[in-house]
Write a protein that binds this ligand. Structure first.
Ligand code: CA
Length: 646
């Protein structure tokens, strides 16, 4: 009886259930809510086509099971969110976010239990749950989030498996360093533990959906995506064993409080996927920058020369190298505490300053959560020990830190990330994370956050010939998946042919991609601070045009555009810095790619520089005059690349 009355009231006030939807400003993207026998479902349509079929919503909490017996009690009027913001550290320095927002309120037994806040822009959906206090209960824990993703028949997947906790090097997993697998089937669950974010789905010939989450900080845990046998996917909390079993997998929230935003980017092509800013649109800066951070480029010896070369002599050589390249930084990697020592680090910092270069210092995040032996450790896990350390760094002119080996997505780890960033800002330090989870909106939330690894990065090229053989396949996916939602510290663009200290042929792994490929990834991979895998020997053993390009390539961009590509096969993007465009592409496919590029980006340019490969992957630079109406043809062989710029 009560239910009938409620339904009657609801229909009276808000019309039929089909009216429970949010439509994008351009009218093409629709997020629709349905309540079916007390269960809440959502559906996503684009231009009338189903991109996400009816999929469950809801939460299981200490306050009750909010996955059933739910009623849509009310929905807000549609409000228009219109925001312009500037952010130098993402792929677009000036963003215009325009979305429709509706807040849906759900009751259970006449109690208002949660709202679903939904924002729909032209190609993006973001929604989150707001949980309300019940009586005198002002806190809760969330055991499970029911949010599910059901895709239409014919969907294929581009996913990266989550690792088994407390495995891999020194029990540091999950370290978020697994490959993405293109064109996979639905109905699997990775290696048994689901998948990391972001996750890309191809909806047959209709288009694409990219799923991720954003706005994760100490107020919640980060999530993963669980694949079910029936082909659906569901939000999963961290695993019990992460961080050596420390910390809960059921995040706690003060009430009223929020879950992170779930995001879906939807398009008939990959353009909206490449150009989305949704991870940053719905989050806010958590504290002001203590200074105007100088994001920029640098070099690091570790990637080519490894642990044994974190020495005073080698780091001095890299400072000279960075100075010769016009780079701002040198990253002194693991073991400097024992192999260089604090006093000589101070000497190095002073030497660097004399060359207009500054240092980033590596730290172990530990802590009590893994066995990674590399030092310095015991400095970054707690505020009381890291603040004096950061004060020392600030005093000697260090400008940033790279903190490694986190492993885990629990709320307790999110607190470490957030408080570490907050402390570092007090001492003017930029922060890079390695052995780390995906940053979720952090470029906007934390102004001194620079970048995170969270990718099968350049070190794996050093460690594994198989990874070198597959380099182009993985690289062709990052612009469409991992790197489109967050800055990516890949640490690549090597010009060494061999990953060993002296580029000696036949020693260590061999790079299979061309020099022009290395140049192209410096454009394709976005990170406001770029530590390239270049080495001082490249000044004489790499082509002069390649070195010159690596000197000039920006690390901060004003705009990105999708040009062409298919994840796992090839990728072509355009990025703009000031009024200069760089169009860059790489090819992982067996067949040579024949591209005809639209010259519109280069209107007004008198000449263009084309870096390209011949069929034997031998690169060259050609300068050509721009003639009106002339088309720009480029061929890109397998493992090759190109860059076109003014
Ligand atoms: Ca790593």
């Amino acid at each position: 009886m009560r239910r009938t009355f409620f339904l009657f009231l609801m229909l009276l006030t808000f019309g039929w259930l089909s009216a429970a939807k949010v439509v994008s400003p351009d009218g093409k993207l629709v997020f629709e809510i349905k309540v079916n026998q007390g269960e809440v479902l959502y559906e996503v349509l684009y231009e009338g086509e189903t991109f996400v079929a009816p999929s469950a919503l809801g939460l299981a909490t200490t306050l009750g099971d909010f996955r059933k017996d739910l009623m849509l009690a009310k929905q807000s009027a549609v409000s228009l969110i219109e925001e312009h913001y500037a952010l130098r550290t993402i792929k677009s320095s000036s963003v215009h976010y325009r979305a429709h927002e509706v807040i849906f309120s759900f009751n259970q037994d006449e109690r208002h239990v949660f709202d679903l806040e939904v924002q729909v822009s032209n190609n993006d959906i973001a929604f989150r749950y707001k949980v309300y206090p019940q009586g005198e209960t002002l806190v809760t824990r969330v055991f499970e989030e029911e949010t599910t993703y059901v895709f239409p028949e014919g969907t294929s997947t581009f996913l990266s498996p989550q690792m088994e906790p407390m495995t891999a090097f020194a029990r540091t997993a999950p370290s978020y360093e697994t490959p993405y697998f293109p064109d996979g089937p639905v109905g699997q669950n990775g290696w048994g533990n689901g998948y990391v974010f972001p996750a890309l789905f191809r909806i047959g010939d209709a288009g694409w959906v990219l799923i991720s989450e954003t706005g994760v900080d100490s107020r919640y845990a980060a999530s993963r995506l669980l694949g079910k046998d029936d082909g659906s996917y569901k939000i999963g909390h961290p695993m019990e064993a992460e961080n050596n079993g420390n910390g809960t997998v059921a995040p706690g929230i003060a009430l009223p409080g929020y879950t992170p935003w779930r995001t879906l980017t939807v398009g008939t092509t990959l353009q909206p996927i490449v150009e989305t800013t949704i991870p940053f649109d719905v989050v806010e800066e958590k504290y002001p920058a203590s200074e105007n951070y100088a994001f920029g480029k640098g070099s690091w010896s570790w990637i080519i020369k490894m642990d044994g070369h974190t020495t005073y002599e080698t780091q001095k050589e890299y400072i000279d190298f960075s100075a010769a390249m016009g780079y701002s930084y040198v990253l002194v990697d693991a073991l400097w505490d024992t192999q260089i020592g604090r006093d000589r680090i101070e000497e190095l910092a002073a030497y660097a300053a004399s060359k207009d270069v500054a240092l980033f210092l590596w730290y172990n995040s530990n802590g009590y959560w893994n066995d990674a032996p590399q030092g310095p450790h015991g400095y970054m896990h707690q505020s009381s020990v890291r603040r004096p350390e950061m004060e020392w760094m600030q005093g000697i002119g260090v400008k940033g830190i790279k903190v490694d080996f986190f492993g885990g997505d629990k709320q307790v780890t999110m607190d470490v990330y957030e408080s570490l960033l907050y402390d570092a800002n007090d001492y003017g330090l930029m922060v890079i994370f390695h052995g780390t989870t995906l940053p979720r909106g952090w470029e906007r939330m934390f102004p001194n956050f620079a970048s995170s690894e969270a990718v099968l990065a350049s070190e794996m090229l050093h460690f594994s010939q198989e990874r070198c053989d597959e380099e182009a396949v993985q690289a062709s996916m990052h612009p469409f998946i991992r790197n489109t939602v967050a800055s990516m510290d890949f640490g690549g663009s090597a010009l060494n042919q061999y990953y060993n200290a002296n580029n000696t042929p036949g020693v260590g792994t061999q790079r299979k991609t061309s020099d022009v490929f290395a140049l192209a990834t410096a454009v394709l991979f976005q990170s406001p601070v770029q530590f390239f895998a270049l080495a001082p020997n490249n000044m004489h053993d790499a082509p002069a045009w390649a070195i010159d390009f690596m000197k000039e390539v920006p690390s901060l961009w004003d705009e990105v555009r999708f040009i062409d590509g298919y994840p796992g096969r090839y990728a072509v993007l355009a990025r703009r810095s000031g009024d200069q465009w760089y169009v860059a592409g790489i090819n992982a496919g067996e067949e040579t790619l024949q591209l005809e590029l639209d010259p519109d980006l280069f209107v007004g340019a008198e000449r263009l520089r084309l870096y390209s490969d011949d069929s034997g992957l031998k690169g060259s630079l050609k300068v050509q005059k721009m003639k009106p109406g002339s088309s720009l043809k480029v061929s890109v062989p397998k493992n090759g690349g190109f860059v076109l710029t003014q």
